[in-house]
Write a protein that binds this ligand. Structure first.
Ligand SMILES: *Cc1c(COP(=O)(O)O)cnc(C)c1O
Length: 376
């Protein structure tokens, strides 16, 4: 048994013929840039998550950057984001000369605390960027309320939760990425909908914003060689779009595999007192991009698992404010004790669409064995 953190090879083997045919189709056509599959995939993805508009782009970080560029913000304007997230969320803010303002996260869902957003708003705040970390939605209803009252844009970083749904208190539901003014996602190979290279997309329900996002991603031009905005060059490759069209058909199945694996972990690890298991709030489905536990002796457990042939990963070992790149650039108007603690205690266990029951039993037994050896 060779346990993997992520099994892209096993997943590919199961859809090899379809993928190979799709890639060969693009090569035969030689339409490598903006080919037929890019358009078709954008339409199919829009249909899948019920988004009026989908703007494909080169990767998830570009998606976030283009989203911010479309809002006409000025250097020094503030953007509120979670203190515990992947660096890209803060990076694009800093890159554009905007100020990342950090809010703490909920220790159960790992997502930004609405009360901290409210407490962090200043006269310069222009936008909020909630991240649906590890596959669970941030609490969007209060976030949208706060944004409305304070006239803020909401950009969802949905790189990790494509396919997750948020439920509003009136019973209505929406897919993550389609709730804020703009939603961004990534098709990095390890994401829930991953391609075979880099890729990303931007969602919006606002037609004029969609036109502007498209222009920015295309050198600021609507008409060829007529550049109205300072944009960038950010395209989804046709080959990647062709791969994504195949994989989108399996996304629901992949999500179910992840959810099944998660509920098996939950059962197997339920009685291990030293571990905090991921929390699912009633307002969100969980698509388990990661299965992330919290444990005090995190580094010792990680080493022990490794010695038993079990990979695990620390997402993320540092909160945003600890990185040399952001240390002097971030502003905090609230304390962020949860983010600081989580960086020391989180551990993500193997989670992918091909994970086997025997593997999960072995992983769970090994964790229990560690706990017995390290009691007191
Ligand atoms: C992966 C990821 C990104 C960036 O996506 P890329 O396609 O790698 O640029 C941004 N935010 C979060 C939360 C991510 O997980």
């Amino acid at each position: 048994m060779e346990i993997q953190m992520l099994d892209l090879k096993g997943q590919y083997q199961n859809i090899k013929d379809e993928i190979d045919t799709a890639i060969k189709g693009v090569i035969d056509s030689c339409h490598f840039i903006n080919g037929h599959d890019v358009d078709e995939f954008s339409k199919e993805l829009g249909k899948y998550i019920s988004s009026e508009n989908v703007v494909p782009c080169a990767n998830g970080t570009d998606a976030l950057q283009i989203a911010l560029m479309s809002l006409d913000l000025k250097p020094g304007d503030e953007v509120i984001l979670p203190a515990f997230t992947y660096a890209a969320t803060a990076e694009v803010v800093a890159l554009l000369g905007l100020v990342p303002v950090l809010a703490d996260v909920d220790p159960g869902t790992y997502n930004i605390l609405p009360a901290d957003i409210e407490a962090s708003v200043s006269g310069k705040t222009k936008a909020v960027m909630p991240v649906h970390l590890f596959g669970h939605s941030a609490d969007m209803e209060p976030i949208m309320d706060i944004a409305k009252r304070n006239n803020l844009y909401v950009i969802e970083d949905n790189a990790q939760a494509l396919g997750a749904r948020y439920s509003f208190s009136n019973g209505a539901g929406k897919y993550c990425g389609t709730i804020g003014h703009i939603g961004c996602t990534s098709f990095f190979p390890s994401k829930n909908l991953g391609c075979y290279g880099d890729g990303g997309a931007i969602f919006t329900q606002n037609e004029s914003l969609s036109q502007k996002l498209k222009m920015i991603a295309n050198h600021g031009q609507r008409i060829k060689y007529q550049h109205d905005l300072v944009g960038c060059n950010s395209r989804l490759d046709t080959i990647q779009a062709a791969v994504l069209r195949v994989k989108l058909k399996y996304l629901n199945q992949y999500t179910r595999s992840r959810q099944d694996a998660a509920s098996r972990y939950m059962g197997l690890l339920r009685n291990v007192d030293e571990i905090v298991l991921p929390k699912e709030e009633l307002y969100s489905t969980h698509v388990y991009h990661q299965f992330t536990i919290q444990v005090k002796k995190r580094d010792l457990l990680k080493d022990y698992l490794e010695s038993k042939g079990i990979p695990s990963m620390i997402y993320y070992p540092y909160p945003i404010e600890k990185h040399a790149a952001f240390r002097t650039r971030v502003v905090k108007r609230v304390e962020t004790p949860n983010a600081l603690r989580l960086a020391n205690e989180v551990l993500s266990l193997p989670m992918h669409t091909e994970l086997k029951v025997e593997e999960q039993i072995y992983i769970s037994e090994t964790i229990k064995e560690f706990m017995v050896k390290n009691r007191r």
